[in-house]
Design a protein around this ligand. Structure first.
Ligand code: GLU
Length: 287
C-alpha cells in the first residue's frame, strides 16, 4: 500500500508562505515515497470559515503546482462520523458537559491564582468542576437550553490507555525527534464538541486521518504538542497511528508567527506582484 499524505488547511483566510511550505513539503515527501497526496478542508468553525476562502485556497495550491486526489474531504460534510466517535467516548464514560462561559473560565482561573497550570499553547487548563456535577443537574441545564462544551475526562482517559508514544521524523520545538512520549494530561480536560458543533479540531483530525487512511502527517511545529491528544484519542477509538513529521515554521520580519492577515506573505498578494511559483518555493526555504 502506498503511503498517504494530506494537507489540511482551514478556509478562514488566505494562504501565506507558511502554508505553502507545508503544502510543498507534503507534496515533495509524497512524491519521494511514491505515495498519495490528499487534501482536506478543515471547515468545522462555521463562524470563521467561508466558501470564498476555500475556492481561493484551491486556486492558490493549483497555482503552486500541487496535484491532489479527488474528492477533497470537507469536514463540514462529515458531522455524523464525528458524532459517532463522540458517542463511543461517551459510552466509555469519558465525556462530560461543562457550562462555563469564557468569562466564567477567566474569573475561575484568576481565583485559582498565578500558579494555575497552562496547556502547551499557553491557555489555562479547564478550571471548573463540571466533571462532578450530578446527572440531574446536567440534564436540567442541557434541557434548559444552556450552551455547553463536551470535555474529555483526561485523568480517566489517560488511566484507561496507559503510556503512549509516537514516531517523529521531524522535530518538536525543543528538537524532540524519534520516539516521543505523549503527554496528553498537559492539555487538561480538552473540548471534544460543543452544543452547536459535534466535534472539535482534535476529534475531527483523528477521525479524518483514519477515514482517509493517512499514514504520514506532515504539519507545522505549532501542532507538535497537540499530537499527544491525537495519540490518546486514536488509542481510545482503536484507530491506527500515522507517523508524524512536524516541520519548521516561517516567521515574519519581526520574528513572529505568520498570520493569515499579514499581507506581505500572502500567496495571493505575492502572485499579484508577479512572484512566480518557483520563487515561492525559494522564499519558503525549499531548494
Ligand atoms: N487545519 C489545521 C491548520 O490549518 C491543520 C491541522 C493538521 O494538519 O493537523 O492549522
Amino acid at each position: 500500500m502506498p503511503p498517504v499524505f494530506r494537507f489540511a488547511p482551514s478556509p478562514n483566510g488566505y494562504l501565506h508562505l507558511g502554508h505553502a511550505l507545508s503544502a510543498l513539503l507534503n507534496a515533495g515527501m509524497a512524491a519521494a515515497a511514491g505515495g498519495r497526496l490528499l487534501l482536506r478542508v478543515e471547515d468545522i468553525d462555521a463562524t470563521r470559515c467561508r466558501p470564498e476562502y476555500e475556492a481561493a485556497i484551491l486556486e492558490d495550491l493549483a497555482w503552486l503546482g500541487l496535484v491532489w486526489e479527488q474528492p477533497v474531504r470537507r469536514q463540514s460534510e462529515h458531522f455524523a462520523a464525528y458524532r459517532g466517535a463522540l458517542a463511543r467516548l461517551e459510552a466509555m464514560g469519558l465525556v462530560y458537559p461543562s457550562f462555563e462561559s469564557r468569562a466564567d473560565i477567566a474569573r475561575l482561573v484568576a481565583e485559582r491564582g498565578m500558579d494555575w497550570p497552562q496547556d502547551p499553547d499557553g491557555a489555562p487548563l479547564y478550571p471548573g468542576d463540571a466533571r462532578t456535577m450530578s446527572g440531574a443537574e446536567r440534564a436540567r441545564r442541557m434541557q434548559g437550553g444552556e450552551p455547553y462544551a463536551l470535555r474529555l475526562d483526561m485523568a480517566a482517559a489517560v488511566s484507561r490507555v496507559g503510556d503512549l508514544t509516537w514516531t517523529e521524523t521531524g522535530q518538536g520545538p525543543s528538537g524532540e525527534t524519534g520516539r516521543i512520549p505523549a503527554d496528553p494530561a498537559a492539555w487538561g480536560d480538552v473540548i471534544l464538541a460543543r452544543k452547536e458543533t459535534p466535534t472539535s479540531y482534535h476529534l475531527a483530525v483523528v477521525v479524518d486521518d483514519a477515514a482517509q487512511g493517512v499514514t504520514h502527517v506532515v504539519r507545522g511545529r505549532d501542532l507538535f504538542h497537540a499530537t499527544s491528544v491525537h495519540r490518546l484519542l486514536q488509542t481510545l477509538l482503536g484507530l491506527p497511528q500515522p507517523a508524524y513529521h512536524h516541520h519548521r515554521l516561517l516567521l515574519d520580519a519581526d520574528g513572529g508567527k505568520l498570520s493569515k492577515s499579514t499581507q506581505a506573505t500572502g500567496l495571493r498578494e505575492l502572485r499579484q506582484q508577479g512572484v512566480t511559483a518557483a520563487a515561492i518555493r525559494k522564499m519558503t526555504g525549499l531548494d
